[in-house]
Design a protein around this ligand. Structure first.
Ligand code: BV8
Ligand code: ZN
Length: 243
């Protein structure tokens, strides 16, 4: 990453009135949360795309739950890293800042982000397939087929699986935040999963200055205004320190 690029990204951020942030698994990587496409993404030789689907859950709910329990157990040991902390600081400094995250680990909330838009859900929330009840549970000893305390129905993780629609209210808020932004920061995402990945282009078309933070180029790198290559835990504190 060149200091020139960092300097430009900083100066434009200082002048920005409305900042929208989109984060992906790369922002939690330095906390120890495995990314989806990185080396740690596999579990018992299953790919996330094969397990994070309604079909996989219908076929073998116990297998899918074992994967989520493994992830919940891992995430329970993880703490926010300097990237999460820097982004929580950005919100305090830029009142009209919207943080959108694809991550379900809850680490933005733990770092002090006020109201992260968790567009793919929350791994600590369960939803009953029977009565629709939603509740938080940090129980790491859940049975393989957790039952709803209200109706006894089968519970699922309250996350968005592949092939499932995102919550339309959340999606509208995310699109709105992208359209109204004069500065969009996209950090730690491979920009492959839709509709989240398209938010940066929405911001760009609406005139935002778009900055990408990633270890390596993504499909967005060809057209963003600045790409800052490196670790989010290193770059974000430096990008935001000048505020
Ligand atoms: C939808 C929650 C329509 C669950 C997730 C064919 C069949 C079915 C669907 C599709 C299809 N083709 C396209 C689709 C649509 C599909 C999609 O986009 N598929 C992709 C794979 C092509 N999308 C969907 O299905 C979405 N729904 O389209 O619905 C619809 C409409 C109406 C009615 C019905 C249906 C739903 C998508 C949401 C899926 N749920 N997560 C769970 O977590 O268990 S996705 C999950 O994977 C994450 O949430 C995230 O979105 C995605 C992973 O992406 P990243 O976060 O970017 O992580 P990744 O590992 O990929 O990359 C990490 C990046 O960080 C890398 O770039 C790396 O370089 C970088 N990095 C690593 N370390 C660091 C770092 N950077 C900086 N610092 C570091 N230290
Ligand atoms: Zn129920």
């Amino acid at each position: 990453m060149s200091s020139h690029d960092l300097d430009i990204a900083r100066r434009r951020l200082a002048a920005a009135q409305r900042v929208t942030v989109l984060t992906g698994a790369g922002v939690s990587a330095e906390s120890g949360v495995p990314t989806f496409r990185g080396a740690g993404g596999l579990w018992e030789n299953h790919r996330p795309e094969d397990l994070a689907t309604p079909q996989a859950f219908a076929r073998d709910p116990a297998l899918v739950w074992r994967w989520y329990q493994w992830r919940r157990g891992l995430i329970a040991q993880c703490r926010p890293n300097p990237a999460h902390v820097a982004l929580a600081g950005l919100e305090r400094n830029k009142p009209r800042c919207t943080l959108i995250t694809q991550n379900v680990d809850g680490l933005h909330r733990q770092a002090g982000s006020r109201d992260p838009l968790e567009i793919h859900g929350d791994i600590w929330r369960l939803r009953c397939l029977g009565c629709g009840r939603v509740w938080l549970s940090r129980d790491l000893g859940l049975p393989e087929r957790p039952a709803c305390p209200q109706c006894g129905g089968l519970a699922r993780p309250d996350v968005v699986w592949f092939g499932e629609a995102l919550d339309s209210a959340f999606l509208e808020k995310a699109w709105q935040a992208a359209r109204l932004a004069d500065y969009m920061l996209v950090a730690g995402t491979s920009a492959l999963v839709q509709p989240a990945a398209g938010l940066a282009a929405v911001a760009k078309e609406a005139g935002a200055f778009v900055v990408e933070v990633n270890l390596e180029p993504t499909p967005n790198s060809a057209w963003v205004d600045v790409s800052l290559f490196g670790k989010a835990g290193d770059i974000l504190p430096r990008l935001l320190e000048a505020l």
